[in-house]
Design a binder for this molecule. Structure first.
Ligand code: ZN
Ligand code: ZN
Length: 103
């Protein structure tokens, strides 16, 4: 059970994802925070490294520095720290060379 930080009244559950203070109307999310997010992102990266899942990726016109092919699949990956910017990865559709874009 959660309590209102202002009036210390027990919060009333309003729906599946939030609870509300009957006194002041303060509401708080009761949904469990997903701390696995980063791990899931990383496992997504691992799946992409294999053959599975590549059909679901979008392609982009970009030059491959290895073979000169001009098409690559791309995906975004949030690095460990939330402060760091999301990294964009590319993989050549021809030689499968993978690189990243820090921009
Ligand atoms: Zn309250
Ligand atoms: Zn290539």
């Amino acid at each position: 059970m959660k309590f209102c930080p202002k009036c210390e009244v027990r919060l009333k559950k309003s729906n599946n994802t939030s609870a509300i203070c009957p006194k002041c109307g303060y509401s708080e999310s009761t949904a469990k925070k997903n701390k696995k997010e980063t791990k899931e992102e990383l496992s997504k990266f691992n799946i992409i490294e294999g053959d599975e899942g590549k059909e679901t990726l979008s392609t982009i016109k970009i030059d491959c520095e290895k073979c000169g092919n001009n098409e690559a699949v791309w995906w975004m990956l949030q690095t460990r720290s939330a402060d760091e910017p999301t990294t964009q990865f590319y993989r050549c559709t021809k030689c499968r060379h993978t690189w990243r874009n820090y921009a």
